[in-house]
Design a protein around this ligand. Sequence first.
Ligand SMILES: [Zn+2]
Ligand SMILES: [Zn+2]
Length: 358
Amino acid sequence: MISYQIVEHGRPLQKILGETPKPQGTEVLVRITRSGVCHSDLHIWEGYFELGGGRRFYVKERGCVPPFTPGHEPFGIVEAVGPRAKGVKLGQRRIVYPWIGCGQCPVCKAGQDNYCLKSRFLGVNRAGAYSTHVLVPDAKYLVDAGGIDESFAATLACSALTAYSASAKLPALGAKDRVAVIGCGGVGLIGISVLRAKGVKNIVACDIDDAKLAAAARLGAKTTLDTRSPDAAQKLQGVAGAIDFVGSPVTAALGIAALRKGGRYVLVGLYGGELAHPLPPIAQRAIGIVGSYVGNLRELKEVVALAKKRKLKPIPVETRAADQASRALEDLKGGKVLGRVVLDFGSVSTAPAPVREP
Ligand SMILES: [Zn+2]
Ligand SMILES: [Zn+2]
């Protein structure tokens, strides 16, 4: 198999030819055709998250040590199955749910793999989808995406799922309640689609990039707000909920301050930094500050069902050849990506190079 691996943090990914794994037990081997490039891949590539005050969390502390294959938006074809794999057939085209837990602990048994303390997240704790092949522990993590464009289907595994799970943490909304979507990158944009699919009409899209705000309006945001404008905080006042897909001290301050009484701020983005906020107003305003991290398998199935019913408007997706993986990360870092870049692994040949006769 061929993988694009982090060999040294922050340096270009390297194309590595390795042994294609053979599935054992309940395992399933998926031949990847599409692999989404997510903003959190940037942190894994760079090797750390900013915690604020000059402190960092290094990804090696949770087992992500180079050489490492990132990628957690996998879509592909079932190529081989282990002897105890059930409910799966060769040739099936599937999204792979990447947020896989140990499968044994109470949270996994309750269907909350994404909260497992012994996680086996693809592209985070174990080899991910910037590769021609991914080994999946169990067929139950494969989700049928029949009828959905393959590149868009790949992005459902993280970006749409993350937005969907975050939207479930908003307070109960009245018809006129406004919801702020802060940050209109790939996850923020699909967040607007998710909210519209769930019947939320009054969405305020917030960003500092005109092209991203225009895309947000096309996806159904009622109003857009350039957060650099001096009256941005005032214009946002009174929202029932704010989902922060950036996660910086500036966006957190904006989102929390804008809440109406009883409103809720949902933090998703991992840009980094720290939060300092006076305590009494949190109680007096009865606001909620809650984090949301990816989503569970049931939520992925729900969001895929929305996409199948054409209720989820697709975000702009640019499909690039797999060997553009490093460039895609650079472009994402530079803020040059509108929507999502998805890598095409379908045309990567894993056949050995022809041997020349002397
Ligand atoms: Zn992601
Ligand atoms: Zn577990």
